[in-house]
Design a protein around this ligand. Structure first.
Ligand code: SAM
Ligand code: SF4
Length: 338
């Protein structure tokens, strides 16, 4: 068996696989999708559970992937999620397995997913205010997200991380309050700069809340110290929050993912698989490689691995959001897998 990994032309090695399990969602976050939803993928186009498991197995056994994150759309609405997590947890070498979710339904699913082999979760929460939540997501589900967070913590899916996106004139004032909440509950908070990945193409560089603004707002209420931990390929820059500790007694941290103003493409170690079986070597890639077609035409594991390696070779040096020639990808975030 050949085990050469996913190496690109710049020498970066992709070991972190993001798998989108569905493009559908039960929320309508304004920075992600329009209130009427999107034309969803037909069921026949979406990989079956067994197809997902097979592609993840090829990535782990032949391509050196050691971290698998399930995402979407909303991965908790995929009926086969626990089965898929269980099968991935059986792989050797066993990858780390995590989930990015809006938290709705996690109150019931946290324990079964933990039992199936899930290690950690990231839960998206942009506001502590129920009315703002409704304005931001077009759904009255704020209590469900809080219940999901608590259940994840109780089930040991730790450290439970919170992803927050701040938007001008909507929740831009909430950075310190979100951090206070996370510190009190023992969650690790990371802010994500809003990226041009919404289906409506409404993103505006001039109006986005930058990492610098977020840090300035936090520093008005907290002392942030440099984090001595090695960042590696992690998208978040992290700081220690002086005077606070996590539930296990280590220094509490806060992170900022400055995808737009502080890009980290040079250290990127990610590869992505969409719900319909397309490999994307970058969130902002404009091309994809069709592994579903290969699977359904009877390709063997080595052929699939060969196509995945070839797809990695075309990965660009950077996303180029600040380049005047930047083109937003045709797929929105929800259909790529964030
Ligand atoms: N539905 C799940 C959730 O919301 O966590 C998983 C998919 S969602 C696309 C993954 C992450 O992407 C979420 O944390 C969400 O806040 C973030 N996201 C979505 N659209 C974004 C955008 N335009 N800019 C920055 N982050 C975005
Ligand atoms: Fe759904 Fe996640 Fe997009 Fe919000 S960010 S609409 S929860 S996929």
């Amino acid at each position: 068996m050949t085990t050469a990994g996913l190496v690109d032309r710049y020498g970066r090695v992709a070991t972190d696989l993001r798998v989108s399990l569905t493009d559908r969602c039960n929320l309508r976050c304004t920075y992600c999708m329009p209130v009427e939803g999107l034309p969803w993928l037909p069921n026949s186009a979406v990989l079956t559970d067994d197809e997902v498991i097979r592609l993840v197995r090829v990535a782990v056994e032949r391509l050196g992937v050691d971290e698998v994150r399930f995402t979407g759309g909303e991965p908790l609405i995929r009926p086969g999620l626990a089965k898929i997590v269980g099968a991935v947890a059986e792989l050797a070498p066993r990858p780390r397995i995590s989930l990015t979710t809006n938290g709705i339904g996690l109150d019931k699913l946290a324990r079964p997913l933990r039992d199936a082999g899930l290690d950690r979760v990231n839960v998206s929460l942009d506001t502590l205010d129920g009315e703002r939540f409704e304005r931001l997501t077009h759904r009255k589900r704020h209590p469900d997200v809080l219940a999901g967070l608590a259940a994840a913590q109780a089930a040991g899916l730790t450290p439970v991380k919170i992803n927050s996106v701040l938007m001008r004139d909507i929740n831009e004032d909430e950075a310190p309050a979100l951090l206070r909440f996370a510190l009190a509950e023992g969650y690790e908070l990371r802010f994500i700069e809003q990226m041009p990945l919404d289906a409506q193409h409404a993103w505006d560089r001039a109006r986005m809340i930058t990492a610098a603004e977020i840090l300035a707002a936090l520093r008005e209420r907290f002392t942030l110290l440099p984090d001595p931990a090695e960042r590696g390929g992690a998208p978040a820059e992290t700081w220690l929050v002086d005077g606070y500790t996590t539930p296990d007694g280590s220094p509490a941290k806060v992170g900022v993912i400055g995808s737009v103003t502080r890009p980290f493409c040079g250290d990127c170690d990610r590869t992505r698989l969409t719900a319909d079986g397309q490999v994307r070597n970058c969130l902002f890639a404009t091309e994809e490689s069709d592994l579903r077609g290969a699977l359904r035409e009877g390709a063997d594991d080595e052929e699939i691995a060969r196509r995945w390696r070839a797809a990695t070779l075309t990965k660009r040096a950077g996303h180029g959001i600040d380049d005047p020639k930047f083109l937003q990808p045709t797929r929105p975030m929800s259909a790529i897998g964030g």
